[in-house]
Write a protein that binds this ligand. Structure first.
Ligand code: F6P
Length: 323
């Protein structure tokens, strides 16, 4: 392997820049040529590919977002799109890829490897933490910290007015951000897609907290839950507890921005190096991750299967602390 292309794809995540920088620096360390593929697979199809030098990666580690930009490419889902992408890679002589993104982005790398034999190592880049083969994805820790900081502010005003707040957090169909942010902000209840919480159960809990003279309550709702959005759940609860002053806040995309935490910087830096070293060692079609702080390469097909379980112990702790 002589020339490696690096791309970020799907929803951006804090720490992506740190991962790109680490991969590129590692590539230079081993005497490789490194290429930036801009706007993910979309840029691969449109030949938006440039050779990187050390100036490109100066002062990016600490910045949120991704300087390579990101996109969700429909065209790459087609055979024609992938053919164009392959031809463009070949025109630059790129013979391997580092793909930083979530399950869709890594699945793209896997397909591409199967069809064209382009070796790829994926890095878990998503705030959702919904990839197996790593304890934490790049961006998850920062997103949780951002959510907690925002919820702390909501807590101030909730307490001043004795209000009940429903705060919706991201995570697509996974509840990892919700659990982490919920425990970290002393939530009254945490609703996640992985568990069904009937409205009646929530109402009973809120009633008992009122009896215990808890004047402000914050309920964290993961966006992908089957019981509905934060607004829908708030509307249902209001019918049972009409005397409550209820407000709803959707944290939204602010959870995706901001400078990465030290945890995400370290994770991204280690995995960026691991991606390049993995390619050099012939580890293809895998995702690099850290499990118990040990580097692990997991086949992409296993990493994206969507079987990462929420931690039962976290749920138990959350329940004890909110009762
Ligand atoms: O996968 C990251 C994520 O932020 C999810 O938490 C969220 O559901 C989704 O992306 C939002 O995507 P978009 O930015 O395209 O609206």
């Amino acid at each position: 392997i002589k020339k490696i292309g690096v791309l970020t794809s799907g929803g951006d995540a804090p720490g992506m820049n740190a991962a790109i920088r680490a991969a590129v620096r590692a590539g230079f360390y081993y005497g490789l040529e490194m290429y930036g593929i801009y706007r993910g697979y979309e840029g691969m199809i449109q030949n938006d590919i440039k050779k990187l030098d050390s100036k490109n990666i100066t002062h990016v580690l600490e910045r949120g977002g991704t300087f390579l930009k990101s996109a969700r490419s429909d065209e790459f889902r087609t055979k024609e799109g992938r053919k164009k992408a392959y031809d463009n890679l070949k025109s630059h002589g790129i013979d391997a890829l580092v793909v930083i993104g979530g399950d869709g982005s890594l699945t793209g790398a896997h397909l591409f490897y199967q069809e064209y034999g382009i070796p790829a190592v994926g890095l878990p880049g998503t705030i959702d933490n919904d990839l197996s083969g790593t304890d934490s994805t790049i961006g998850f820790d920062t997103a949780c910290n951002t959510a907690i900081e925002a919820i702390d502010k909501i807590r101030d005003t909730a307490t001043s007015h004795d209000r009940l707040f429903f705060v919706e957090v991201m995570g697509r169909d996974a509840g990892f951000i919700a659990i982490n942010a919920g425990i970290g902000s002393a939530a009254a209840s945490i609703l996640i897609p992985e568990r069904k919480t009937p409205v009646e159960t929530l109402v009973e809990k809120l009633k008992s907290r009122t009896k215990a003279r808890k004047t402000s309550n914050i309920v964290i709702v993961a966006e992908g839950g089957k019981s509905g959005s934060a607004q829908e759940i708030a509307d249902k609860v209001k019918k049972h507890l009409p005397y409550y002053d209820i407000k709803v806040t959707i944290l939204g995309h602010l959870q995706r921005g901001g400078a990465p935490t030290s945890f995400d910087r370290l994770l991204a830096s280690k995995l960026g190096v691991a991606a390049v070293e993995g390619l050099m060692q012939g580890k293809y079609d895998v995702m690099a991750g850290l499990i118990n702080n040990k580097l692990v390469y997991t086949p992409i097909v296993k990493a994206v299967v969507g079987d990462k379980e929420v931690d039962e112990e976290d749920l138990r702790v959350a329940n004890i602390l909110s009762t």
